[in-house]
Design a protein around this ligand. Structure first.
Ligand code: NAD
Ligand code: ZN
Length: 377
């Protein structure tokens, strides 16, 4: 291809500073270096973690940055040392790498790769970023940066997927769906016949509902302060619906009364330390397991030690515990085999130029996922 080995000039949505609209700019994307892969992004969606960086965390040291981490694309070129991936392959970039060599990758217990993108504020910066714009280096959010026509990612953070996969659908397997589904199946290890509660019904929470159902849960209580989400939760298998705003007593007491002492499994998919506490305290003593999935690093969380002493377990989950290079292709296959819902998460389709509209929709709870077309497939 004419672009191989050359800098590519392309369009990207740049976040120059916190809490300001993104700006469509022409950026330069350097050729992939050793062990790197340059990807033409075909489709990308907005996840709440992008909003967290832009609107909630807002640390100036994390800017200027190209956000986006839930995407799918086609490999344009590869750097020296890349063996398993070729130009033309369909791929999903991974915000948690899988080097297959570190002690975490070698353990079946975790997906926390030691070589995952490094750097503060969830960004690759300085010499590690392949992006420049107007003479300035741009940071790469979570080592991926998919709000761009092209990006460069380390081969450890690239999942090669079935060539039959529609990229404008399976892009959602790059974050939200795998995160929620895996949190239920891999981290909570939901058991057949159990009772579950899922707090927060965005794509992550709805995928957690889907995971609970797949694991055989008999009762799945969907909790959200936005009742517009309940119809969708039903589609994924929720059986009961609770709006905390309808109750004057703490939500953990409401759930406890509904379930004769508390749920077996709860999943926090909001990113709010108060909700994390409620989710833990909604679990039954003795064996209840609560999983933190929502993302925040702004505040400490707390509860009374007796909650754990009485036999509850508090856990966390990143990317649903999935080892990306091995497991994302399997999730794509499950979708192609009609064993996993994906289309049902997509409420809006846009183009990358409309990224600020997509962000507004999520900010106001008006979408589940907006998939943006970036380049033709
Ligand atoms: P989203 O904004 O689409 O959904 C969040 C939902 O929570 C909304 O429906 C909202 O109405 C609901 N909510 C807000 N406050 C609530 C409360 N007090 N009680 C109950 N519900 C409440 O977000 P999303 O994209 O689904 O992401 C959810 C969370 O998961 C975010 O914090 C995101 O950063 C995090 N996340 C974590 C990982 C991970 O690997 N752990 C990966 C992706 C996303
Ligand atoms: Zn995400």
């Amino acid at each position: 291809m004419a672009t191989v080995g050359r800098v590519i000039k392309c369009r990207a949505a740049v976040a120059w500073e916190p809490n300001k609209p993104l700006v469509m700019e022409e950026i330069e994307v350097a050729p992939p270096q050793a062990n790197e892969v340059r990807i033409k992004i075909v489709a990308t969606a907005v996840c709440h973690t992008d909003l967290h960086h832009l609107l909630e965390n807002m640390n100036k040291d994390g800017f200027p940055v190209v956000l986006g981490h839930e995407a799918a694309g086609i490999v344009e070129s590869v750097g020296p040392g890349v063996t398993e991936i070729q130009p033309g392959d369909k791929v999903i970039p991974l915000f948690i790498s899988q080097c297959r060599e570190c002690r975490f990758c070698k353990s079946p217990k975790t997906n926390q790769c030691e070589k995952a993108w490094v750097g503060q504020h969830n960004v690759l910066s300085g010499p590690l970023s392949r992006f420049t714009c107007k003479g300035k280096k741009l940071m790469q959010f979570t080592g991926t940066s998919t709000f761009s026509e092209y990006t460069v990612v380390n081969q450890m953070a690239v999942a090669k997927i079935d060539p039959a996969a529609p990229l404008d659908k399976v892009c959602l397997l790059g974050c939200g769906i795998c995160t929620g589904y895996g949190a239920a199946v891999n981290t909570a290890k939901v058991e057949p016949g159990s009772t579950c509660a899922v707090f927060g019904l965005g794509a992550v929470g709805l995928a957690a509902v889907m995971g609970c159902k797949a694991a055989g849960a008999k009762r799945i209580i969907a909790v959200d302060i936005n009742p517009e989400k309940f119809d969708k939760a039903k589609v994924f298998g929720a059986t009961d619906f609770v709006n905390p705003k309808d109750h004057s007593e703490p939500i953990s007491q409401v759930l406890s009364k509904m379930t004769d002492g508390g749920v077996d499994f709860s999943l926090e998919c909001v990113g709010n330390v108060g909700v994390m506490r409620s989710a833990l305290e909604s679990c039954v003593q003795g064996w209840g397991v609560s999983v933190i999935v929502g993302w925040t690093d702004l505040e400490d969380f707390s509860s009374r030690p007796v909650q754990l002493i009485a036999g509850r377990t508090w856990k966390g989950s990143a990317f649903g515990g999935f080892k990306g290079r091995d497991d994302v292709p399997k999730m794509v296959k499950a979708y192609l085999d009609k064993k996993l819902k994906v289309d049902e998460f997509i409420t809006h389709n846009m183009t990358l130029d409309q990224v600020n509209d997509a962000i507004e929709l999520m900010k106001h709870g008006k979408c589940i996922r907006t998939v943006m077309t970036v380049s033709p497939q």
